[in-house]
Write a protein that binds this ligand. Structure first.
Ligand SMILES: [Zn+2]
Length: 234
């Protein structure tokens, strides 16, 4: 595998893991013409896909894809046999559909089951590429390639990530503001408490002084009384 292709593939796989939560073992949905091409180049699909994606893989097809290969005659009997050996994922089509329609139904709008799609059908790949959530595989000159991430997808995801970042930043700022407000509130409360304490202290002080004054007055009065008594006695 050439280094450049390996780098691009790794980047693409990582992107789908981060942006769309793809997790190994990767589920590879394979159509008849991809199986046929792999036989043409005598490829071991499981081994090569495992090497390419650097992860364990599950090769899947559908009853519709198998049905199509079986009906294509002797030329496709090898591919049909390979499809038969693969695990079939349930597509829900009682009456076999055209494989591209079958796959599009299975993927839906969001590719919730996280399928990779391996197909030589350019039109199907174009339709899936527009969804932006399906990693696409194809064979060229005896090698399997993983398509690069379309620019509109990476741009969209970058914008989403930035929005999340800004949201979080704003939330943090709001949190900080609230904390500051709370601190100010606490400080004000402390200030009020202090003022109240001071007032109480002052009141206490006043009460003490008043008591002292009263004592002084009483003492004076007593003294006067004694003086009067003394005068009387004289
Ligand atoms: Zn189907």
């Amino acid at each position: 595998m050439r280094i450049k292709r390996r780098k691009i593939t790794k980047k693409t796989v990582t992107f789908f893991q981060v942006a769309f939560h793809f997790r190994p073992p990767f589920k590879i949905l394979i159509d008849g013409n991809f199986i046929y091409a792999s036989l043409d180049y005598r490829m071991n699909l499981k081994e090569q896909l495992t090497n390419l994606l650097n992860s364990s893989v599950i090769l899947l097809t559908t009853s519709c894809a198998y049905h199509e290969l079986r009906n294509l005659g002797d030329k496709f009997s090898g591919a049909s046999l390979n499809a038969k050996r693969m695990q079939q994922t349930y597509c829900g089509h009682q009456k076999p559909k055209q494989v591209s329609d079958c796959f599009l139904d299975l993927i839906g709008k969001n590719n919730k089951k996280h399928f990779f799609v391996a197909s030589q059908d350019i039109v199907l790949r174009q339709k899936l590429r527009k969804l932006g959530c399906v990693p696409l595989l194809y064979i060229q000159k005896g090698q399997i390639f993983l398509e690069k991430i379309p620019k509109f997808v990476s741009q969209k995801k970058t914008n989403e990530a930035q929005n999340v970042f800004f949201d979080k930043t704003n939330q943090n700022e709001n949190l900080n503001q609230n904390q500051n407000q709370n601190q100010n509130l606490n400080q004000n409360q402390n200030l009020n408490q202090n003022q109240n304490q001071n007032q109480n202290q002052n009141q206490n002080l006043n009460q003490k002084e008043n008591k002292k004054k009263l004592k002084r007055i009483k003492r004076k009065k007593r003294k006067l009384d004694w003086e009067i008594i003394d005068l009387d006695l004289k």
